[in-house]
Structure formats: C-alpha cells, structure tokens
Design a protein around this ligand. Structure first.
Ligand code: GLV
Length: 329
C-alpha cells in the first residue's frame, strides 16, 4: 500500500533501475509500465495530485497537464537533455522547476552522429542490404562508391557540448572543421576542437558534411528548409541527431531524390515514430534510426540518475542539480 505521508512521483515509463531506486527511496512511485507512453487521458489521470513528475521526451508537459497535476506539483524532471516537450513558461508561471540530464549523453550522441556520418558516406545500409539479399557476386571496382572523410569539410550547426564533441572526433579523420552557433565559442574551445566559426550560409556552401546540434525552438524549427538545403554543397551529406522538426523532410526528400544531396542520416524525425511507408524510407540514400543517440547502458543509467536526483531535490524544495533556465520574458 502506498504510504500517504510520503510524496508521490509519477514516472511515465520504465527507466534504468538505478534511477528508480533513488526516486523510490524518497517517494512513493507510480510507474507507468506500458511499452508505449501513457495515453494522454491516462497521463492526465495519473498525474493528479503528484508531487513530482519524471517525464520522457514522449510526454507533452503543458498547461493542461500542469493543471491536471494541481498545485502540489513541485518538480518536473525530464529524462533527456532536450526539453522541447515541456512548456517551460507554463512551469515557470507556476513556480515549478524543470530539470534535464545534460553532460552525460554528450559522448554517446556524438558517437551516433559519427556512426551516421560514416554510414552515409560509405553507404553501409545499401551495402548490407546487398549482402543480405544475396546479390554479392564479386568484388566490383565501381560498386558502392562513397565519399572520403580525409580532407573534407565538416560543418557543425549548433556548437554546444555535443557539437564540440563531434568536432573533436573529426580531427582524427583529418577533416577541416567549421561551426555556426548563436554565440562564438571561446578561443580555448576553438583551439581544442580545431573548429573555425562561419556564418550559416557560408557554412552550408562550403561543407561536405553538415551535422545538426541545435535545440528545437521557434528559431530552429524548419531551419533546414528548402532554402538552407538549397544552399548546401552539391553532393553533401546531412546528419541530424538534434530534433526532427529542425529539418523540413519534404525539402530533404526532394534534395535526396534528385541527387543534389548525396545522402542524409537522421536519428530524429518528424513525427516520431516515422512509419515504414514514409517516402524518406524508400530512398536508398536516406538512413533513419529510431532516436537512439543516448541509448547505451552507461549513458541511460547516468541519465536516470540525473533525472532522479532532480526529482529528489525538487521534492525537498532544494535547487535542482541540473535546472533548465526558464524562458527569457
Ligand atoms: C534525447 O534526444 C535527449 O534530448 O536527451
């Protein structure tokens, strides 16, 4: 039986045990055990009267949900670094702190950006299908010709933790590295990453590979539309591990099917999940993963631990270890 004297926390999916144990030590946990996210009406019902909400990027946290929770809600902790599923202004209006999980998924996400970049450059999905379909007859001098990394230019759009980690890896491949970001990085960061700042249009025009690492917000939604994609170099490769709506998928489809872009590799799409009959999936030069950038055992354990610590601090009325700044007014 739940102990009514203890705070109550809704956890909207099974998360690594290490995080659940931390929350359980501080609160009664209502755990949604479904494989899929709780349906909206179930979420609105279960959130009623809770003191803490440990949410996932698949849960929309907005006025309606916060109203359903009621005035006792003390903290929202997202099991993600991105918080575009959360209406931060709505939380701020109610004085509810929001936490996220920065830092611990930086390397895993940079690794997936690289896995995507290399798979697209060297056409690994097509080559694998070829073997699986038993079409491999001999070594072919003209088969599966891809793009070289050495000497190519990598353009990184969004130069926060993950973008910088992607840049560091590029040095080992002998690439020229340029970046575009809201604010210029310090001289130390530029020296450490070997990256040079460029204007957005210049970066698009000169990069053989473009990797996206921006947050999803009003400015970045649709940033890679027909215009930006049209400015990319002929034969370039686009990699997205940020959020799906940053890329206009209709414009991307046109650029991939005409051959203007060599390939795209996406860990994120709009919507998610993307159904298997989506036109992008019919293109041999488009590789799509189901949003797995942070999916390693160690990273997910670390994310769950951070989210749990945010919950515990919020329940105690203490500053969250990883707070998300409320939007500027
Ligand atoms: C995953 O996409 C995250 O934001 O952590």
């Amino acid at each position: 039986m739940p102990d009514p004297s203890r705070p109550r926390v809704l956890v909207t999916r099974r998360i690594p045990e290490v995080g659940l144990a931390i929350v359980r030590a501080a609160a009664e946990v209502d755990l949604w055990e479904g494989e899929l996210p709780p349906p909206r009406d179930e979420l609105l019902r279960r959130v009623r009267g809770v003191d803490g909400l440990l949410s996932l990027l698949t849960d929309r946290v907005d006025d309606e949900l916060l109203d359903a929770a009621g005035p006792g809600l003390k903290v929202v902790a997202n099991l993600a670094v991105g918080v575009d599923n959360i209406d931060l202004a709505a939380c701020a209006r109610r004085g509810i702190p929001v936490g996220n999980t920065p830092g611990v998924l930086t390397e895993a996400t940079a690794d997936i950006a690289w896995a995507l970049l290399m798979s697209a450059a060297r056409r690994l999905p097509e080559a694998r299908d070829f073997v699986l379909q038993d079409r491999w007859k001999t070594w072919g001098p003209l088969d599966f010709l891809g793009k070289d990394l050495a000497g190519a230019t990598l353009g990184i759009v969004g130069f926060g933790r993950i973008g910088r980690e992607v840049a560091k890896r590029a040095r080992g491949f002998g690439m020229r590295i340029v970046y575009h970001s809201r604010t210029r990085a310090s001289a130390e960061v530029e020296a450490e990453t070997g990256a040079t700042p460029l204007g957005f249009h210049e970066l698009l025009a000169t990069s053989d590979f473009v990797s996206i690492h921006v947050d999803l917000n009003a400015t970045t939604r649709g940033l890679f539309g027909a215009e930006a994609i049209g400015r990319m170099k002929e034969g370039a490769i686009l990699v997205n591990t940020s959020r799906g709506p940053v890329v206009d998928q209709v414009a991307l489809h046109a650029a991939l099917s005409s051959g203007r872009l060599f390939a795209a590799a996406l860990d994120v799409t709009d919507p998610e999940p993307l159904r298997a009959d989506h036109p992008l999936l019919a293109l041999p030069n488009c590789l799509i993963l189901p949003h797995i950038a942070s999916a390693t055992v160690r990273t997910r354990d670390a994310m769950a631990t951070k989210a749990a610590r945010n919950i515990v601090a919020g329940l105690r009325g203490e500053p969250l270890p990883d707070p998300v700044a409320p939007p500027a007014r």
